[in-house]
Write a protein that binds this ligand. Structure first.
Ligand code: FES
Length: 95
C-alpha cells in the first residue's frame, strides 16, 4: 500500500499512517525508511513520536531505535513491530 512520497518525509521527519487498521509510523532515519506499528509496547496505548535519533513514547518515556525498533529505554521491554517498506521511484510503500 502507498504510504507517502519520498519528498514529503525528509531525513529526521516522520509520517503517520494506518496499516491493517492500526496506527503506524514511517521514519526517515539518516535517509533510510523504517516503519512500525505505532503503539508503545509498554501498555499498547500511546503512540511514539520520532525525535531525530529516537522514537519516544510521551506517556512514560520509553524510547526505541528508529532503525530497528529495539528498546533503548523502558518501561517498554519489547521492540516495536516492524512493517516492511520499499521505495519505488518517488513513492514509499508498506508491504
Ligand atoms: S506507554 Fe509508552 S512508556 Fe508507557
Amino acid at each position: 500500500m502507498f504510504v507517502a512520497k519520498v519528498a514529503d518525509v525528509p531525513p529526521g521527519e516522520s509520517e503517520g499512517f494506518t496499516y491493517q487498521g492500526k496506527r503506524a509510523i514511517l521514519v526517515n532515519f539518516n535517509g533510510e525508511f523504517h516503519a512500525y506499528v505505532n503503539v508503545c509496547t509498554h501498555n499498547n496505548i500511546c503512540a511514539t513520536e520520532y525525535e531525530g535519533d529516537v522514537l519516544n513514547c510521551p506517556c512514560h518515556g520509553a524510547q526505541f531505535r528508529p532503525d530497528t525498533g529495539d528498546v533503548i529505554r523502558g518501561p517498554a521491554k519489547l521492540p516495536l513491530t516492524t512493517i516492511d517498506v520499499k521505495v519505488y521511484g518517488d513513492s514509499i510503500y508498506a508491504l
